[in-house]
Ligand binder design. Structure first.
Ligand SMILES: NC(=O)c1ccc[n+]([C@@H]2O[C@H](COP(=O)([O-])OP(=O)(O)OC[C@H]3O[C@@H](n4cnc5c(N)ncnc54)[C@H](OP(=O)(O)O)[C@@H]3O)[C@@H](O)[C@H]2O)c1
Length: 250
């Protein structure tokens, strides 16, 4: 069944891979961007304008999110699924990461806003139409650092841990309306802009200690997202799926 799916932060990185994957399967995609307008428009041209639209919104700003949801709903008629993917102001740079003693609450607040407030805004803005139609899917992107903080990215990882609590509550309350919500937690991705600054030493360490002996690719994560959006996954909710080649095990 063809669906219409909003992917936050899909102008580049993992979000763009998710959008391409879903579009290849015949779905309509809403490419949300913040600053990379040209990349978002280029992706729409690549996918085709009948199947994709690029819309700006800072996901931490509720008014901008409401405007984006209204615009996308008018354009495609409805939204069937959202992927909370955007990464706000963070790079996986082990040499630049502050030690806990040097962190400020502002560092924490920025990640709480980007990850949790962003998911809150987008999910709440779309949920009314999901409840009315008694169906809808929410997939949020997490991290395996939650289970194995191989590099202690405190503020990032703690916000992503909160996303699991957010998802379980959405699943518990809204399952009665046919809405499912899950998290896909990726391992370090080779590579997106955010992980391009990760040192080769960290990539090598992860590959050597991972059962599948390789670092996770954006496509690995996109494949799991695509499955969770499919009708085959309608019986699954409130879960956190780790896609990291087996580095962490539940
Ligand atoms: N990279 C990894 O190793 C890795 C590993 C595990 C999980 N993840 C997760 O994968 C997801 C994507 O990460 P990534 O590595 O692809 O990041 P990335 O390469 O830095 O891309 C970030 C994306 O988020 C968008 N964005 C930034 N601020 C935004 C805002 N305020 N509102 C809306 N969109 C905004 C950017 O849009 P513009 O360019 O248009 O501003 C861009 O499309 C994140 O949830 C991240 O936590 C990544």
């Amino acid at each position: 069944m063809t669906k219409t799916i909003l992917i936050t932060g899909s102008s580049r990185g993992l979000g763009a891979t998710i959008a391409r994957t879903l579009a290849t399967q015949g779905h309509n995609v809403i490419i949300n961007y913040f600053k990379s307008k040209d990349l978002a428009k280029q992706l729409v041209r690549e996918i085709g304008e009948s199947q994709a639209i690029a819309l700006p919104a800072d996901i931490t700003d509720r008014n901008q999110v409401d405007e984006m949801i209204a615009h996308a709903t008018e354009h495609f008629g409805q939204i069937d699924a959202v992927v909370n993917n955007a990464l706000v102001g963070f790079k996986f740079d082990p040499t630049a990461q502050k030690a806990f003693i040097d962190l400020s609450w502002d560092d924490y607040q920025q990640q709480l806003d980007g990850t949790l407030k962003g998911a809150f805004n987008v999910t709440q803005a779309v949920i009314k139409q999901f409840i009315t139609r008694k169906t809808g899917t929410i997939v949020s992107i997490g991290t395996n650092l939650y289970q194995n903080p191989v590099v202690p990215y405190h503020e990032y990882t703690t916000a992503k841990a909160g996303l699991i609590g957010f998802t379980r509550n959405i699943a518990a309350e809204l399952g009665q309306y046919g809405i499912n919500a899950n998290v896909v937690s990726g391992g370090l991705l080779k590579t997106t802009d955010a992980s391009a600054v990760t040192t080769q030493e960290v990539f090598d360490l992860i590959a050597q200690t991972t059962p599948l002996r390789q670092v996770t690719s954006p496509q690995d994560v996109a494949n799991m997202v695509s499955y969770l959006i499919s009708d085959q996954a309608k019986g699954i909710t409130g879960q956190n799926f780790t896609v990291d080649g087996g580095l962490t095990m539940n």
